[in-house]
Design a binder for this molecule. Structure first.
Ligand code: NAG
Ligand code: NAG
Ligand code: NAG
Ligand code: NAG
Ligand code: NAG
Ligand code: NAG
Ligand code: NAG
Ligand code: NAG
Ligand code: NAG
Ligand code: NAG
Length: 393
């Protein structure tokens, strides 16, 4: 091919790719990115017309030709923040996921242990025949779950939950079976005898180890007594005394995830109460320099432009997704922003599912995005990789 012809083909290809963009996709170009007012105006005001923002054309590949974003569930009332955390997907055909609510006031109930706050876990599912979505609050049996937060699907298929604890009970890790009667089993409730602060998010690696974050949100939110441990991140081998602190010097360690090869760990740092919020995603190398994997070479992976990054997940290609103040932000493995799925008001957490599905939690709302080019790893591979444990094909 002559170079002139090649250039024509290239430019035709780009033109058709751009002119073929659906209405709900907006692609930043050197022209519009130079104008900060258009960038800011775009973030929320135009969200209903363009739920997907492309900062790098690699995001077009993830979006596919006809990305969609639809509201699949509202909570029953405006104060019931039913869709807040976890988003642990236990199956995909049809989808079933478990979500944790935010704290909400338990009206009329005097519950001094929790400052009258409650948190519930819901099972979200789709009826295969009608397509109808349902969110049902579950009642667990066994060890009580004190103010649940993040969760993952463990390598054995059980849910592994972080319980933040309350003013009487310390924080804990526990399992919940994914089917009624949702039996719970306590796994761990202290660091070698000292109660955790308020465990927030957990993920399981191939070797079975649980990696989890323990920030001090519980105390800050008046549902836990004063911290007895620094805000830090742990690695624990279930059923053993092998628990180690693997990361410190993070103000509020929150979400945690691994790259598909488990050689990189991502941890979000999220304190929005500081004059300059800590709103970073850190990357670490997972090294075998000791007999046990440890985290080394902490670096800033990304800082979202809008709000704190809360939950974090990784797709099969190693792209990193995080729930931020304007929706889900997506970076490639090198930390370059590829694009955003805009959900006005933001999202604390989400699940990457099969068939390009992304379940996006927005407090009183649950959104479903479908992206033609999103590749998540199969449940079998997820078991092997432990990446969020949140996919099954
Ligand atoms: C979004 O809306 C604002 C206000 O109407 C407008 O100025 C801006 O150009 C729009 N941005 C895009 C990307 O369409
Ligand atoms: C959720 O509520 C909004 C506005 O109140 C309504 O327009 C929408 O149809 C509802 N969606 C679902 C899935 O219930
Ligand atoms: C909202 O829903 C929650 C959960 O069902 C319930 O506890 C609460 O009382 C409701 N609040 C109002 C104002 O209806
Ligand atoms: C819960 O109740 C407390 C005390 O009455 C109040 O300050 C707070 O705003 C309420 N929170 C919500 C989410 O309604
Ligand atoms: C909890 O509710 C009870 C009964 O409504 C009330 O007396 C008490 O002050 C509340 N406690 C807090 C911490 O809001
Ligand atoms: C639900 O539907 C999907 C595809 O339509 C099918 O693969 C799956 O087996 C069905 N699941 C059940 C439980 O019927
Ligand atoms: C859970 O328990 C509550 C209170 O006992 C009850 O009202 C509710 O129906 C139960 N939910 C399910 C799904 O069994
Ligand atoms: C966030 O920072 C504020 C201000 O220093 C502090 O009061 C709060 O406890 C911190 N929250 C967490 C979860 O670390
Ligand atoms: C660490 O060693 C284990 C066992 O030899 C191996 O499976 C794993 O891939 C290694 N991890 C890294 C990050 O090199
Ligand atoms: C689109 C949408 O539902 N946005 C909501 C996300 O959640 C925040 C916090 O509850 C709301 O303020 C937004 O309206």
């Amino acid at each position: 091919m002559s170079s002139t012809l090649f250039k024509q083909v290239l430019s035709l290809g780009l033109l058709s790719a751009v002119s073929a963009l659906p209405d709900n996709v907006f692609r930043f170009t050197p022209e519009n990115i130079a104008d900060i007012s258009s960038l800011n105006a775009f973030t929320s005001a135009n969200a209903t017309n363009a739920q997907f923002q492309v900062y790098d054309d690699a995001f077009l590949t993830i979006l596919g030709n006809t990305p969609t974003m639809s509201l699949i569930l509202n909570s029953t009332n405006a104060t019931f923040t039913q869709f807040h955390e976890a988003a642990a997907l236990v199956s995909s055909n049809p989808p079933v996921l478990f979500v944790t609510s935010n704290q909400y006031n338990f009206t009329g109930i005097n519950s001094p242990d929790t400052s009258n706050k409650t948190i519930v876990i819901s099972r979200v599912s789709q009826n295969n025949a009608t397509g109808q979505w349902t969110a049902e609050v579950i009642n667990t049996t066994g060890t009580a779950v004190h103010l649940a937060n993040g969760a993952t699907v463990g390598n054995d298929g059980n849910l592994i939950y972080c319980a933040q604890g309350d003013l009487k009970n310390g924080g804990a890790l526990l399992t919940i079976s994914p089917t009624a009667p949702f039996k719970t089993t306590n796994l761990l409730n202290s660091y070698l005898g000292t109660p955790f602060n308020s465990p927030n998010d957990v993920v399981q690696t191939t070797d079975g180890a649980l990696w989890f974050t323990d920030p001090q949100f519980g105390f800050a939110q008046n549902i836990r007594s004063a911290p007895q441990l620094p805000a830090q991140v742990y690695r624990w081998v279930p059923g053993t005394t092998d628990i180690r602190v693997v990361a410190q010097n993070i103000v509020a360690p929150n979400g945690i995830a691994f790259s598909p090869d488990e050689k990189t760990a991502y941890i979000t740092d999220t304190n929005s109460s500081l004059p300059f919020a800590t709103q970073n995603i850190y990357a670490y190398d997972v090294t075998n320099s000791t007999s046990t994997p440890i985290l080394a070479n902490k670096r800033t992976f990304a800082m979202p432009s809008n709000g704190i990054p809360d939950g974090v997940k990784v797709d099969a290609a190693g792209n990193v997704y995080s729930g931020c103040g304007d929706g889900i932000n997506v970076w490639n493995a090198q930390g370059k922003l590829l694009g955003k799925m805009i959900v006005s008001g933001g999202s604390s957490n989400f699940a990457l599912g099969a068939n390009g599905q992304v379940f996006i939690l927005n407090e009183t709302k649950l959104w479903l995005a479908t992206l033609g080019g999103l590749k998540t790893i199969s449940r079998t591979a997820a078991q092997a990789y432990g990446v969020g444990g949140s996919v099954r094909h």
